[in-house]
Design a protein around this ligand. Structure first.
Ligand code: SAM
Length: 225
């Protein structure tokens, strides 16, 4: 997978992409992430990328020209399967959507800022709009990092068997069952006996039952299909 991320704050991605599974995926060559500073595509002397909104309102708007230049430059080098804009009014990100997007090879992620981006970008250049939740962030960078992480962990070879994404919450419309590790008893809080029994079938049955109980109590909507 190749991710090209367009942003006015490329430095914001250093943390999210420098640790754990995402870093390992980059190191193994399973994902390539390229950060593009929108200011490099500005045409003005002062590298402006935002301007006042027509009609007058509070806040600035990212201009169409630098975004179009950047996307056109990238598209001139390879084919992209989606050009994604992170936006609070996009399709809500969930596991099925992450699964779907993770099958695509080359993606552009566009991070907005201020009041957002010129609507004509959305009308003419964007193929998919994704929200990471019903709340408003200051910029699309954190949202792009969340989306990237959710995609990268699904790329074959990124997770080992022991951390397989298939056993995570939402993959089979169930939440994950509870997990425990040593010590088996802490203070007087004990791990369920079945997990120490060594009886594989009973352990699986218990885990499945717990997943259903947890889903019924926390996310009953997942069971309605
Ligand atoms: N005026 C916009 C609105 O009310 O919908 C909000 C703009 S927000 C302050 C600036 C940028 O942050 C957006 O252009 C978008 O890229 C990003 N953003 C904010 N909340 C987001 C969310 N929940 N999901 C994805 N991106 C988000």
């Amino acid at each position: 997978m190749r991710l090209d991320i367009i942003t006015i704050f490329p430095e914001m991605f250093i943390g999210p992409f420098s640790y754990s599974i995402v870093k390992r995926a980059i190191d193994k060559g399973l994902v390539e992430i390229h950060l593009h500073n929108l200011r490099d595509y500005a045409t003005t002397k002062h590298k402006n990328v935002d301007d006042y909104p027509f009609g007058g309102a509070a806040g600035m708007v990212l201009m169409i020209e630098p975004i179009d230049r950047c996307i056109t430059h990238l598209k001139g080098q390879r084919e992209y399967h989606e050009v994604i804009y992170l936006t609070p009014d996009g399709i809500l990100l969930n596991q099925p959507l992450a699964n779907h997007i993770s099958t695509k090879q080359n993606l552009i992620l566009l991070c907005g800022h201020y009041k957002g981006i010129d609507e004509r970008v959305r009308q003419h250049l964007i193929t998919l709009e994704v929200s990471i939740g019903d709340y408003v962030l200051s910029g699309g960078e954190l949202a792009a990092a969340v989306l990237s992480d959710s995609l990268i962990r699904l790329i074959p070879g990124v997770l080992g068997d022991e951390t397989s994404a298939l056993s995570d919450s939402f993959q089979d419309n169930l939440l994950s069952p509870p997990v425990y590790t040593r010590p088996a008893v802490y203070k007087d809080w004990a791990v369920p006996d079945v997990l120490l029994s060594g009886h594989e079938r009973k352990i699986h049955e218990w885990q499945h039952e717990q997943a259903i109980i947890r889903t019924q109590s926390r996310r009953p909507n997942l069971l309605e299909f």
